[in-house]
Structures are given as structure tokens and as C-alpha cells.
Design a protein around this ligand. Structure first.
Ligand code: SAH
Ligand code: SF4
Ligand code: F3S
Length: 481
């Protein structure tokens, strides 16, 4: 028997692990879990790849440029790996995430110096892969969807995430939107059991987390086995999490309009710690394009859903995702998207040019939109969305908003946090306030952030409630006007 236990790290065992993360919040969460499974082997996260014993690229395949970035990064890492080898050390190079899942052996064909290629469902097997890579010297590919659930095989010990934390509750997607790789890279929809989620949330809070964002590719499709023998939906799960002492804020992302049920809408009315900000992607405002995208909702469905949400939580701020230039999109379709944006009034949003993804139905569709039209439409849409964001931010000036402080600010003496609407907020204050929520009187709005002054007197008037924000008239009100 060896003198040290496997999870006992002595100074000489320390190895340096560098993880580079692209893509969605779930990849951020997964990178943390990969570091957790490697910690018992002596791997400690470092912020630079130079001199690292292992580098993991956690990749995203959602748009074309994302995959190209991976190959150019691999070229750079190859030089570091060679330099390390010249010093007599080995740098293990692993490609994880959605590009690994989609491209598999193709990665080794283009970059034969990669040691490990692993998909998003196999990272609990990383310690075994690292050992095999050391023994065999050849490359290892693990991109099958394994029969076991990775969440059951993750260590109980996890590094603290900080004041705000992600918690994956659902993974994969069965919706097969025409343009999207996610159902192929992440596999079928799966929900974690409520007990495991509540245990992980309790552990996070014990480690100092004050805000949890529940994650899923379709987070509101979550339906997990519950301790009472029933199946809960997301609304019920949020109510349970809201009972955790010291957990000040809850969020969830990303939700699909089709899975927004009545109980979840009511949770926005009933659960004060559920923040009044919702990322609810619609993709297009044209029913013709929504049908071509296989979204199975119309623009009117979305607008009446927004009305129901705003009736439940009048200060709810909305965010969304848009794709311009999906195959078949005409000027009239694009104008329908612009009209929808004007009707809803978004606090912020993401917008992308359609990028054909190999193997997805839309990639092979006739009537691809010329690049110049996509560019023009994206510019127009982004100008409108920027304007709406600036107006929303300007509307916060003079208001008192609770801010959860998460870290140092941009300038010395500043700390930064987030408003209920996820806007970054900067104040001049003592760093001892990081991890706490205080009311800030907003003094200035910048395009992407706010600045203000902490009002300790207001903070003491518990409970903290977000200030009401003026909303545009509802869709129904506009229809009847
Ligand atoms: N599950 C979420 C979205 C996940 S992907 C939903 O259903 O809304 C994140 C965003 O990337 C999508 O909302 C979409 O706007 C964008 N996206 C996905 N595939 C794309 C593609 N092929 N081209 C351009 N944007 C894409
Ligand atoms: Fe992709 Fe559509 Fe699934 Fe979202 S719902 S992950 S866009 S297939
Ligand atoms: Fe990208 Fe995969 Fe997330 S493709 S957006 S990393 S699910």
C-alpha cells in the first residue's frame, strides 16, 4: 500500500491544470467539475498555460468561428507543449466540450499532438483517461454517451464557486431546432433528481454562495424525481430552493417559451428571491421562419407569454436570442423580428447571423440568405437592441436597486456587483462588502453597466425588494389601442 491516500496531495504531487472555456454557462460549470474530478490527482488550477502539466480546452460548436478558434488555440498550445517536452516534462492536452463531441477523431487528424478528446457526458472519467494517456502514450477518444450518469460519479468535494454560482439541473435537448447542434452534441434531454440538486445547492451556500443560477439547455423542461415520490417541475424546485437560509438570489437559464408552465410563471409572482430578469430566446419574430426553425411557437404565443409573465412580476426585465438570415428569411420576415423587438422592449439581448452547422436540417436547405443581407440585418437589429438596452439602463438612474457584490471593480477602491436585472453595478466601497447585498442609488448609466452609491440606511430596511421599473404597454393593450 502506498504511503499517501489517493486524495492526499503532497507538495511534490502538485500538478498545474489550465482550463480554457468557450461557449455557454454550462461549459463554465463543466470546466469547474473537470477541475473537481482532477483535484484528487493533485491538479491545481492555474491561470496561464505556460508550464502547465495539463491543458483542457472546453469547446463550443454553436457557430462556425467557435470551432476555428479551437484549432488556432491548439496551434499555440502545441508550441508550449513542445517547449515543456524540451524541458523533460509532459503537458497533457485535452479537448473537451461540444467541438470534441461533434468532431471526435477529426480533431486528432488535424491536431495529432492532442492526447485526449472527450465529450460533455464523459468528463467524470477524466482521471482514468489521464492514467491511460500516461500509460499508452497514444491519443484517447471518449465521445460515446455512457450508460452511467456523470453526476453520480462526480466527487462530493468541490472547489467553492464564489458569491454567484452555476448549478446544472438539466442537460441535453429533444427539440431539434433546424439550425442547432445542441441535440447532437449534448444528447437527449435529462433532468437531475431534486434531492441531488438541493444537496448541491446547500453545499454551495455553505461555501459562501449567495446567488445560484440553475442551468440547462432547456432549463424549464426540467422535471426531476422528488423526495415525495412525485415529479416536480421548475416552479416547485425554485420554491424549495427559496427556503434555503442565506441564499439571497435565484435565476435560471436558458428557458424555452414552450416550457414556460403556469406554475413557473406563478413562481415569478411568489418567490421574492427569484430575480426579475428572464432570458427567453425567441430567435425570430416571423411565424413563417419560426415554423421553418421548428420552434413550435408563434410570435403571438411569445407575446402573450410575456404578458402573463409581466402580469405575475410587473418589473420583469427580458432578454432574448435572435438569429438573422435563417434560410428563407425575407426582408418582410426580418421586419417582423424588428416589430416584435419594438413591441416587447428588451433590457438586453444576443443576436447572431445564421451560421450553417454540418448535419443540421437548415444547413442543407435551399434559399440560404446572402452574407451581405445577414450583415445588414444584424446591424439594424443590434442598433435597435442597443438602443433598448441604453433606455433600460437610463431608466434605472435615480432608482434604489439592491446589488449583490461579487468582486473588485474596474478601478482601485471600487467593488462591483449585479443588479436584480443582471446589470453590472460599480460603486466606491470597502471590499469587505463583497458577498453582501446592499441598496445602491443609481447615479449613472453606461451602455453595459451602472454606477451608484450604497445607501446603507435603505439596506437596513429589510426585506430588500427591487424597485418597480416602468414597462411598455402590454401586447394585449397595444392590440386593443
Ligand atoms: N436552448 C436555447 C439556446 C441554446 S444555443 C434556446 O432554445 O433558445 C444559444 C443561442 O445560439 C441560440 O438561442 C441561438 O440564438 C444561437 N444559435 C444556435 N445555433 C445557431 C446557428 N446555427 N447560427 C447562429 N446562431 C445560432
Ligand atoms: Fe438548440 Fe432549439 Fe434545443 Fe435550444 S431548443 S438547444 S436552440 S435545438
Ligand atoms: Fe456551445 Fe455546446 Fe453550450 S455548442 S453553447 S458549449 S451546449
Amino acid at each position: 500500500m502506498s504511503a499517501t491516500q489517493p486524495n492526499e496531495i503532497v507538495a511534490t504531487d502538485r500538478k498545474r491544470l489550465h482550463v480554457i472555456t468557450w461557449g455557454c454557462q454550462m461549459n463554465v460549470y463543466d470546466s469547474g467539475r473537470m477541475a473537481d474530478v482532477l483535484a484528487p490527482l493533485g491538479y491545481t488550477p492555474v491561470s496561464e498555460p505556460d508550464g502547465a502539466d495539463m491543458v483542457i480546452l472546453n469547446t463550443c460548436h454553436i457557430r462556425d468561428k467557435a470551432a476555428e478558434k479551437v484549432f488556432s488555440e491548439l496551434g499555440r498550445l502545441r508550441r508550449l507543449k513542445d517547449a515543456r517536452a524540451a524541458e523533460g516534462h509532459r503537458m497533457v492536452l485535452a479537448v473537451a466540450g461540444c467541438v470534441a463531441q461533434a468532431e471526435g477523431a477529426e480533431i486528432l487528424a488535424r491536431a495529432p499532438y492532442v492526447d485526449i478528446v472527450l465529450g460533455p457526458q464523459t468528463y467524470h472519467r477524466l482521471p482514468e483517461m489521464v492514467a491511460r494517456a500516461a500509460r499508452a502514450g497514444g491519443a484517447i477518444i471518449e465521445t460515446d454517451f455512457p450508460p452511467e450518469d456523470k453526476f453520480d460519479h462526480l466527487p462530493d468535494q468541490a472547489a467553492p464557486q464564489g458569491v454567484t454560482a452555476f448549478l446544472t439541473i438539466q442537460e441535453g435537448c429533444d427539440k431539434f431546432c433546424s439550425f442547432c447542434v445542441v441535440p447532437y452534441t449534448r444528447g437527449a434531454e435529462q433532468s437531475r433528481p431534486a434531492t441531488a440538486i438541493l444537496a448541491e445547492a446547500r453545499r454551495l451556500v455553505a461555501q459562501g454562495t449567495r446567488e445560484i443560477t440553475l442551468l440547462g439547455q432547456n432549463v424549464n423542461a426540467w422535471h426531476g424525481d422528488a423526495p415525495d415520490g412525485k415529479t416536480w417541475g421548475l416552479g416547485r424546485l425554485l420554491r424549495e430552493l427559496a427556503d434555503l437560509p442565506d441564499l439571497l438570489r435565484l435565476r435560471y437559464a436558458t428557458s424555452h417559451p414552450r416550457d414556460m408552465d403556469a406554475d413557473l410563471i406563478e413562481a415569478h409572482r411568489d418567490v421574492p428571491t427569484l430575480m426579475p430578469f428572464l432570458h427567453l430566446p425567441i430567435q425570430s419574430g416571423s411565424d413563417r421562419i419560426l415554423a421553418a426553425m421548428n420552434r413550435k411557437h408563434t410570435a403571438a404565443d411569445y407575446l402573450s407569454l410575456v404578458d402573463r409573465l409581466r402580469a405575475a412580476r410587473p418589473d420583469l426585465a427580458l432578454s432574448s436570442d435572435f438569429i438573422v438570415g435563417h434560410p428563407g428569411e425575407t426582408e418582410a420576415d426580418f421586419e417582423a423580428t424588428m416589430a416584435l423587438v419594438r413591441t416587447v422592449g428588451f433590457a438586453q439581448a444576443y443576436s447572431f447571423k445564421y451560421s450553417p452547422r454540418p448535419g443540421t436540417p437548415a444547413a442543407g436547405a435551399p434559399s440560404q440568405v446572402p452574407e451581405a443581407d445577414k450583415d445588414r440585418r444584424l446591424q439594424a437589429l443590434q442598433a435597435l437592441l442597443r438602443d433598448q438596452q441604453a433606455r433600460f439602463n437610463a431608466g434605472c438612474v435615480g432608482r434604489a436597486l439592491p446589488v449583490l457584490f461579487t468582486g473588485p471593480g474596474r478601478h482601485p477602491g471600487q467593488i462591483a456587483g449585479r443588479s436584480p436585472f443582471l446589470q453590472p453595478v460599480h460603486v466606491t466601497a470597502d471590499s469587505a462588502l463583497i458577498g453582501q447585498e446592499h441598496v445602491v442609488t443609481i447615479a449613472a448609466a453606461l451602455p453595459n453597466s451602472l454606477a451608484g452609491v450604497i445607501d446603507l440606511a435603505l439596506t437596513q430596511q429589510a426585506p430588500i425588494q427591487p424597485a418597480p421599473i416602468q414597462q411598455a404597454p402590454t401586447y394585449q393593450e397595444r392590440l386593443s389601442a
